[in-house]
Design a protein around this ligand. Structure first.
Ligand SMILES: Nc1ncnc2c1ncn2[C@@H]1O[C@H](COP(=O)(O)OP(=O)(O)O)[C@@H](O)[C@H]1O
Ligand SMILES: [Mg+2]
Length: 321
């Protein structure tokens, strides 16, 4: 098999705290092939954003990243700050939930996109960059791109700002786009348009996407493969169709049961009660306290991830029983 574009193995992220460390990403493994979309789903606080920051080399100090992140066969964990900067410019781009964090409020949108082009594409000068910026704004579906290029971020709507950020991310023609809740702040119509846009761009430039959301319905619109995170771990990973057809982890089953789309609904399970536990866990399954099937064994040891069907991995003692 050819090497995947991104190969994450045993990734851990810890932050120091009084008397020890807090493990917020607890040894996760997955891969993404070129041109494919991986969806990452899980409720707030489960470690989705910290995982994406780790992929960009942006985990804030004093956080510690361990394990392996291989990109095109090259190990990224432990590489120099300069190497991370090059990679972020040339190969991996990221879109966040709040577009204003990625935009400079005192620079026109066109100028910002042009800047990305000048910095990251060989031989592109400012003049050409500004022309290409208009083309990129058009490509992300912004009307009157020439006028919008002259606008400042606050003069655009939220949906348009997010399109502008996507245009900026695309300026470096990334091989991997990390989209962390890119549509969460937008209303549903705009959300659907942004998803369509990302799929369309993926078709055109062949980039891989890691698409993160707390909302499984949104992830299901775009992902070929889905990982479900819970309290810093991957509890289930499967091709999207398999995840909906035969969800194996009780947490995933609960998520699917709450989806509004009847086509994606299985027999109703008890609503998932309780809150996310302390991320460090106490040695047992982290989901045990909220799990309708948990028994003493589940509280005694943490389940390992097991591949129960091709590409379908689950970390649950009860799965497959
Ligand atoms: N800079 C930080 N220092 C300490 N803890 C952090 C930091 N950033 C995130 N965390 C903790 O890591 C956990 C996972 O956060 P995050 O990845 O943002 O969750 P998600 O994106 O899934 O909502 C949370 O408990 C959060 O409080
Ligand atoms: Mg997040």
């Amino acid at each position: 098999m050819s090497e995947p574009l991104l190969d994450v193995s045993g990734l851990r992220v810890t932050f120091p705290r009084a008397g020890g460390v807090r493990q917020v990403v607890a040894g996760i493994s997955y891969a993404i092939a070129a041109g494919r979309t991986l969806g990452v789903v899980g409720e707030s606080g489960c470690g989705k954003s910290v995982t994406s920051l780790a992929l960009m080399g942006l985990v804030p100090s004093p956080g510690r990243v361990e394990g392996s992140i291989r990109f095109e066969g090259r190990e990224l964990v432990g590489q120099s700050a300069a190497a991370w900067r090059r990679l972020r410019g040339e190969a991996i781009a990221m879109v966040f939930q709040e577009p204003m964090t990625a935009l400079n409020p005192v620079m026109t949108v066109g100028r910002q996109i042009a800047e990305a082009l000048v910095l990251h594409r060989d031989g592109v000068g400012w003049r050409e960059g500004e022309d290409q910026a208009i083309g990129l704004l058009e490509a992300v579906g912004i009307n009157s791109p020439k006028d919008r290029a002259r606008a400042y971020p606050h003069q655009l709507s939220g949906g348009m700002r997010q399109r502008a950020v996507i245009a900026m991310a695309l300026a470096c023609e990334p091989k991997l786009l990390i989209a962390d809740e890119p549509t969460t702040a937008l209303d549903v119509t705009i959300q659907a348009q942004i998803l369509d846009l990302m799929l369309d761009l993926q078709d055109r430039i062949g980039m891989a996407i890691q698409f993160i959301s707390h909302n499984l319905a949104v992830v299901s619109e775009i992902a070929h493969e889905i990982i479900v995170m819970y309290a810093g771990r991957i509890v289930e990973r499967a091709p999207a169709e398999a995840l909906f057809a035969t969800p194996l982890h009780p947490y995933t089953q609960g998520l699917i049961a709450t989806l509004p789309d009847p086509a994606h609904r299985v027999a109703r399970l008890p609503v998932i009660a309780g809150g996310v536990p302390d991320l460090d866990g106490d040695g047992g399954c982290r989901f045990a306290d909220r799990c309708p099937r948990a028994d003493a064994g589940c509280r005694a040891a943490e389940p390992e991830a097991v591949e129960l069907a091709p590409g379908h991995v689950v970390a649950c003692f009860k799965a497959g029983q």
